[in-house]
Design a protein around this ligand. Structure first.
Ligand code: AMP
Length: 397
């Protein structure tokens, strides 16, 4: 069985074609700058990467090019598009309706259109990707895999903001949570690696990348998570502030005479590691500068580590315990110093890591970094959201 996974962004379309017999990636790539020129990068095992500048006015043209590449004599991996059994779409927001991965029909598209006001960045490109697939692969099964659905069992006292209740009932302003596909994947992997049933484990999963979130997974169910109405809530990120006193926002608006979009840009694109360090949104650059003694870079790194630690502690309190702590994504998988800072002085929870193992993990491989004798297992697990999407999609074939 072959599954194509599509992740459509505002000006990009990422794809991976999986062979589900053995979980291998037959080909993958990315179309970028859609609507403003266009580039494509296409990789296939054992072959040189194909990259080119191409005119990609719309997502449909991008998908059309991807399909051409997948069947092309030189770069292709299948002989016809009919070999693709189903397409799995990464959809950031499923609103309150989609509590699990779903077969996409007109009703799903119509619902996604109704929630664009609460998902203005990711909603429209996801819908474009789906519509392009519907037109170009009209007979192929399409499945939506929602980042929010892992959080659909979160209880209302954890999702409702303490603002007048009508903002929830009338405008659906509540906490939704994001990155669910990644947290779901690493939580399941952790249980598998430890040889224990997922429903018997209390796990805190830390997805730390350019966007970061922490999730409490109790018995396989995500009971709380750090991101909220949007991916803005929670720990500081590459360019996002994470949680701040809400009053800071109107105060800055008045102070600098900014409108809503300008202040949104400030907390979304100019804050986080970039805003505090004044250097970069890239954790590698910021930690390098911190090592060289840059005080603002040191401050940014300490803030991030401390914020992660606070979420872990609060989730241990919410779950009344912890069995496994998982690190994943760009920073979680690769930044041994960040893991070390987060896990220091956590003896009270019986969390202790082996610094030697922690600092010698080959890139992309993951490891059990638990110190000898510590009860809580600390694991580094490379995430694989695309494979999770492919697995969910395969269930509909
Ligand atoms: P992601 O969003 O999962 O792709 O993660 C991107 C983030 O991971 C960026 O901030 C990178 O700087 C960070 N990252 C990747 N490799 C490393 C590394 N070796 N050390 C520190 N941060 C890293």
């Amino acid at each position: 069985m072959k599954i194509l996974v599509i992740n459509a962004g505002s000006s990009s379309l990422k794809y991976q074609l999986f062979n589900m017999e053995n979980g291998s990636v037959l080909a993958k790539g990315n179309c970028e700058r859609i609507g403003a020129g266009g580039t494509v990068t296409h990789k296939r095992d054992g072959l040189e990467t194909y990259s080119a500048e191409v005119d990609l006015p719309t997502h449909e043209e991008a998908l059309s090019l991807v399909l051409e590449l997948l069947v092309s004599e030189k770069y292709g991996v299948i002989s016809s598009i009919e070999e693709i059994d189903a397409v799995g779409h990464r959809i950031a927001h499923g609103g309150e309706k989609y509590k699990k991965s779903t077969l996409i029909d007109d009703e799903v598209i119509a619902y996604l259109e109704t929630i664009v006001p609460i998902n203005p960045l990711h909603g429209p490109p996801a819908i474009k990707g789906i519509k392009a697939c519907k037109r170009l692969m009209s007979k192929t099964v399409q499945v939506g895999v929602f980042d929010t659905s892992f959080y659909s069992q979160m209880e209302d006292f954890r999702t409702i903001y303490a603002i007048p209740y009508e903002f929830y009932t009338e405008h659906k302003i509540r906490r939704y949570g994001f990155h669910g596909t990644s947290h779901r994947y690493v939580a399941a992997k952790a249980a598998e690696q430890l040889g224990k049933p997922l429903n018997e484990l209390k796990i805190v999963t830390c997805h730390l990348g350019n966007g970061s979130s922490i999730t409490a997974v109790d018995g396989g169910i995500a009971i709380d998570t750090s991101m909220g109405f949007t991916p803005q809530e929670g720990v500081p990120m590459g360019t996002r502030s994470g949680t701040i006193d809400p009053t800071v926002i109107p105060y800055i608006m008045k102070l600098k005479n900014l409108n809503a979009s300008e202040v949104e840009d400030l907390i979304n694109k100019q804050s986080g590691l970039l805003g505090v360090s004044g250097l970069s949104n890239d954790a590698r650059n910021v930690s390098e500068a911190a090592k060289q003694g840059n005080p603002r870079a040191q401050l940014a790194i300490k803030m991030l580590a401390n914020s992660i630690k606070k979420y872990i502690g609060s989730y241990i309190a919410e779950m009344n315990g912890i069995d496994v702590l998982v690190f994943t994504a760009g920073i979680g998988e690769n930044d041994d110093e960040m893991r070390s800072m987060v896990c220091s002085n956590m003896d009270v929870f019986d969390i202790k890591i082996d610094e030697e193992i922690n600092s010698n993990i080959p890139r992309g491989s993951g490891a059990d970094i638990t110190a000898k004798g510590a009860r809580v297992k600390t694991l580094v697990i490379p995430t694989n959201e695309e494979y999770m999407i492919a697995q969910d999609t395969a269930k509909f074939c």
